[in-house]
Design a protein around this ligand. Structure first.
Ligand code: 13P
Length: 343
C-alpha cells in the first residue's frame, strides 16, 4: 500500500535527521562551481551530487530526505545506478523541486512571484513515477524600501497553496517554503522587521492553505529563521534569533503541522547549526524542528572537492561533519566543542 502523506512527512522530519537541499537549478549550481573553478556540465553536476549521495554514513544516520532538481532525478551514477535508487537505499526519501523559479512580479519593482503551476499536475505524476515522495516550492519575499507589498505576499501565498493542494492530490508531501530573504539587494533591515514580515507571510500562507483545502498533517513547512539582513548594522545574538524564531512560529504555525525544516538562507555553516540547536533547546516544541539546508550543508564539501576525484574522501568527510553537527542541532545538543572534533 502507498505510504500516507502523514507517514512520508514523519519520515522527513523525525529521528534527529534533516533534509539535504541539493536542488540547485543549473544556473545556481553553475555559480557554485564557478567559486571553485569547476566547469558545470551534466557529468560534473552528476559526479558532485553522486559524491554526496554516496556518503553512506552521513546519509544513513543524518539525512532523512534529499531535494533533487529535474536533471538530477533523471540521472544515473557513473556505474549506471539511478541516483534516486542510491538515495532510497540509504533510507532517505527522494524529493523534487517543482517550481520553475522566482520571476519579476508585474508592476511591482524588485518583487518576485514564483512560477510553475501550469502543467504541474502532470509533472507531479511523472515525478511520482520517478520515485519522488515529496516536493518543494520556494517563494521569495524581499525586505526593502516599501517592500514587501500586500500583492506580493498574497500572490506568493496563493501559489504556494495551489502547489500544495496539487501535491497532496498526487500523494506527494509538499514542502511549503516562504522565504523572507536575509540576503536580498538591500538586506539592511533589523531583526524585528524580519519578525514582522515573517509573521505577516506565515499568517497569509496558512490562510491560503486553509482556503485551498490542504491537510496540514501532510505538509512540511520550510521557513526562514528570524534574522537581521546580512548588511544590518546591528547583528542579533544567537539567543535572540532562537527566541524570536520560536515566538513567531508559535504565533503562526498550527500544531497539526508535523514538522518544520529551516532553510539556511545565507547564514554561515556554523551559525545555521548553532541557531537550530538553540531553537530546539527552547523546546519542547509542538512540531519536529530540523534542517533543510542547501548551502550550510554543502559549502564545506564543495570546497574540499574542487572537482577532483582524489578529493572525494575529504569532501565526504566534510559533508559527514556538517550533517552530524546539524543532526546534533536538531536534537538541541550541538556544542562548539562538538564542532571542533574532526569528522
Ligand atoms: P539554503 O539552505 O542554501 O538557503 O537552501 C535551501 C533551499 O532549498 C532554498 O530553497
Amino acid at each position: 500500500m502507498a505510504e500516507t502523506l502523514e507517514d512520508i512527512a514523519a519520515r522527513m522530519v523525525t529521528g534527529d535527521k534533516g533534509i539535504l537541499a541539493a536542488d540547485e537549478s543549473t544556473g545556481t549550481i553553475t555559480k557554485r562551481f564557478d567559486t571553485i573553478g569547476v566547469e558545470s556540465t551534466a557529468d560534473t553536476r552528476r559526479d558532485y551530487r553522486e559524491m554526496l549521495f554516496r556518503s553512506d554514513e552521513a546519509m544513513r544516520n543524518y539525512i532523512s530526505g534529499v531535494i533533487l532538481y529535474d536533471e538530477t532525478i533523471r540521472q544515473s551514477a557513473a556505474d549506471g545506478t539511478p541516483l534516486v535508487d542510491i538515495i532510497a537505499g540509504t533510507g532517505a526519501v527522494p524529493g523534487i523541486k517543482v517550481d520553475t523559479g522566482a520571476k519579476p512580479l508585474a508592476l511591482r519593482p524588485n518583487e518576485k512571484i514564483t512560477e510553475g503551476l501550469d502543467g504541474l499536475r502532470e509533472r507531479l505524476a511523472e515525478y511520482y513515477d520517478l520515485g519522488a515522495r515529496f516536493a518543494k516550492w520556494r517563494a521569495v519575499i524581499d525586505i526593502g524600501d516599501k517592500r514587501p507589498t500586500y500583492p506580493c505576499i498574497s500572490a506568493n501565498a496563493h501559489a504556494l497553496a495551489r502547489y500544495a493542494a496539487l501535491c497532496q492530490e498526487a500523494g506527494i508531501v509538499p514542502i511549503v517554503e516562504p522565504e523572507v530573504l536575509m540576503d536580498g539587494p538591500d538586506a539592511s533591515h533589523d531583526i524585528d522587521t524580519n519578525y514582522d514580515i515573517t509573521e505577516w507571510v506565515l499568517k497569509t500562507v496558512f490562510m491560503e492553505l486553509y482556503f485551498a483545502g490542504v491537510r496540514l498533517e501532510g505538509i512540511v513547512l520550510k521557513p526562514n529563521m528570524v534574522v537581521p539582513g546580512k548588511n544590518a548594522a546591528d547583528q542579533a545574538s544567537p539567543q535572540a534569533v532562537a527566541e524570536k524564531t520560536v515566538r513567531v512560529l508559535k504565533n503562526c504555525v498550527p500544531t497539526a503541522v508535523p514538522g518544520i525544516a529551516f532553510l539556511s538562507g545565507g547564514q554561515s555553516d556554523e551559525q545555521a547549526t548553532e541557531h537550530l540547536s538553540l531553537i530546539n533547546d527552547l523546546g519542547p516544541l509542538p512540531w519536529a524542528v530540523t534542517f533543510s539546508y542547501g548551502r550550510a550543508l554543502q559549502a564545506a564539501a564543495l570546497n574540499a572537492w574542487q572537482g577532483k576525484v582524489e578529493n572525494v574522501p575529504a569532501a565526504q568527510r566534510a559533508f559527514l561533519h556538517r550533517a552530524r553537527m546539524n543532526s546534533l542541532a536538531a536534537a538541541g545538543s550541538w556544542t562548539p566543542d562538538a564542532e571542533k572534533q574532526a569528522a
